[in-house]
Every structure is written in C-alpha cells, then in structure tokens.
Design a protein around this ligand. Sequence first.
Ligand SMILES: Nc1ncnc2c1ncn2[C@@H]1O[C@H](COP(=O)(O)OP(=O)(O)OP(=O)(O)O)[C@@H](O)[C@H]1O
Length: 246
Amino acid sequence: MSISLNNVNYKINNKTILQNINLSLKQGVYGILGLNGAGKTTLLNVISTLTKPQNGSLSYNNTDIVKNPLILRKDLSYMPQNFGLIPDLTVTQNIMYFGMLKGVSSKTLKENIPNVLEFFNIQHTKDTNVKNLSGGTQQRVALSLALVNDPKVLILDEPTSALDPIERINFYELIKKISDNSIVIVSSHNIYEIEKYVDNIIVLRNGQVSFSDTVDQLIPEAVSGLGNSVSENALNLEKAFEYFAK
Ligand SMILES: Nc1ncnc2c1ncn2[C@@H]1O[C@H](COP(=O)(O)OP(=O)(O)OP(=O)(O)O)[C@@H](O)[C@H]1O
C-alpha cells in the first residue's frame, strides 16, 4: 500500500499554495503539521483527489490517481474540517447516505453503524438531526462515518479539535490500531497531541515540506539545521517543530 507525490505544485490565481511536494507514504500514521495557512488542508485535498494539482504526479499503489481518481476514492475516507454532514438528516441517515455513496452495502452499514456509534459513545443520538447536535458530537458523527467502511486510506483534517482530552486519547489509540492495515493521515496544530501516536511527521512551511521523517528525528534535525549551535537538551519538541514551521 503506498501513496506517492512527485513534484506536486498547486496555485490559486497565480498564488503558489503548494510547491514541489515530494512524499512517499506507506502503511502507518502520518501527522501533517504547520502553522495556520501553511497548506495542510490544501495538501489533504490534493492527496484525496478533491483538488487537482497543476503540475506533478500523484499515485496510489503505482496507479496515476490524477487520471484515475476512483482507484483511490473507493479505498478512501476523508473527514474534512467542517465535517461535511447534512444538517437536516439524522445521524443514522447521514452515515447511511454517505456510506452508500462510498459504495458500502446497506447490510454492512446496518451492521457497523451501532458499533461505531457505540465506540464514540453517541448511540443515543442515532435518530437526532445533525443540526441539533453540539460541535463535539458532530465531530464524533463525522468520525463514525469516516470509519464505517474500513478504509484503507484514512485522511482526517484536524479530527480532534472538538473532542475532550480523554476522547482524544481514545481516538488516537483507535487510529493507531486502524493503521496496522492502512495509511492514516492526520493534520494537527499540536505536536504534543500527536507525537505519541504518529509514526512520521510532515511539517509544512509556506506550502513546502520543511521536515518529513520520524518523530524522534525532529529534535536532532533541528539541532543540525541550527548548525549545532544549541544542544539537543536545549530544544524541546515544540521548539524543534517551530524551527521547521516558522
Ligand atoms: N480558495 C482559495 N482562494 C485563495 N487562497 C486560498 C484558497 N484556499 C486556500 N487558500 C490559501 O492557501 C493557503 C493554504 O491554506 P490551507 O487552508 O491549505 O492552510 P492550512 O495549513 O490548512 O491552514 P489552517 O491551519 O488555518 O486550516 C492559505 O494562505 C490560504 O489563504
């Protein structure tokens, strides 16, 4: 299982949003980090084939997914930042509707929906219209929806912003388990939140990849980038992240 991006560039109205992105993603959890406006959401949109890059190539299991996006989409679950739910449908109706759009059979959905709702502790909301739920509960519905079809590629844009601390830990533990058989990509602002659960970190700065490696390389690579003028002990994870992000 692999996703590759080669020299991907994306512009809007002549403004460069992503520049020369080269990434090779395999089974595991990837954290995409960056300051506001660094390009995280745009990169997730490109990887999930919602946005077409003007230059460069994108492949999934060695098939070109700029030309054949359906090859990826059938294996993909993407949870956008605004959750993308239909406000006037109930929780169950939303999951049935989007699940069927993804090609999951109604039998599988009916079997899986109680399990995912139970995992996120929202069984009691199954017949409630989404517009009547709090932001945190809507996020849990969107996560239930993202997980209902056992995706091989799971892309989550700031998935825990409305969850409480305990739900966040449970969520990342689940993500880690799911990643045994899939590629999981999670964007976040917070290095401390994800460092325990991600295998690799990708830091974006002004639309370019400034760091792409394992978490434990973040501090040593920042020290080396600073010309060894500081010791590793003097840099914490946050400062090392800032070195690559600012
Ligand atoms: N439709 C658009 N038109 C013009 N500029 C855009 C558009 N979409 C994104 N941008 C610009 O592209 C850059 C990257 O935006 P993007 O949303 O990908 O960043 P981000 O890292 O996800 O930010 P945040 O953490 O705030 O969600 C920003 O400068 C943004 O203003």
